[in-house]
Design a protein around this ligand. Structure first.
Ligand SMILES: CC(C)(COP(=O)(O)OP(=O)(O)OC[C@H]1O[C@@H](n2cnc3c(N)ncnc32)[C@H](O)[C@@H]1OP(=O)(O)O)[C@@H](O)C(=O)NCCC(=O)NCCS
Length: 160
């Protein structure tokens, strides 16, 4: 059965759960301090959490600089993967990016991260190049998609 997934802006009260997921999802995890700084001091940033029931199942964030959004992070608790949690967050983040003025969105992903690459491809992102030594042990694959058709198509589906 598909769980009931909701998204909400990340708050400081979410940080303990977020840091727990972060530590198990990434080899070089962000610290609580990094997230706190993003939430409290970065006016260009927007972060959200996804909940299944009242459990935090994942989180993600963007920076929006003029008309371009950059996906800064996205992760799902291992116990809640393959249930559509990342998809729900990506949809919400793209919608938020659009309302903040972005008309395209970019991200970096490890070429070896096939799960994330499949997710982004499903959302219409295409590979646009490589950022050398972006990660400590791997280049970063730069992916991009336009979101400028979001309003014109008026179907609330920025993935179209
Ligand atoms: C990548 C990640 C965010 C996906 O989260 P998720 O909630 O499981 O993703 P969803 O359930 O929304 O999956 C949507 C689609 O992505 C693709 N996908 C997701 N996980 C996949 C996997 N393990 N293998 C292959 N495809 C996968 C599929 O196309 C999937 O659609 P389907 O289930 O209908 O086949 C999650 O695996 C994760 O947190 N990984 C560790 C952190 C990370 O790599 N973040 C991305 C950094 S760039």
């Amino acid at each position: 059965m598909t769980p009931d997934i909701t998204t909400a802006p990340m708050t400081l009260a979410d940080l303990e759960a977020v840091i727990g997921i972060e530590a198990s999802a990434f080899e070089q995890p962000w610290t609580a301090h990094s997230f706190r700084t993003e939430l409290m001091k970065n006016d260009l940033a927007y972060y959200l959490v996804a909940k299944v029931g009242d459990r935090i199942a994942g989180y993600g964030g963007i920076w929006v600089i003029i008309n371009e959004a950059h996906l800064t992070t996205l992760a799902v608790d291992r116990a809640y993967r393959r249930l559509g949690v990342a998809s729900a967050m990506l949809q919400a983040l793209i919608e938020k990016a659009f309302t903040m003025g972005a008309r395209r969105i970019t991200l970096e992903v490890r070429p070896s991260n096939s799960a994330a690459r499949r997710l982004y491809e499903k959302f219409g992102f295409t590979a646009r190049g490589v950022r050398k030594n972006y990660y400590i042990d791997e280049d970063g694959l730069v992916m991009y998609r336009s979101i400028r058709n979001f309003c014109r198509e008026n179907n609330n589906d920025p993935a179209s």
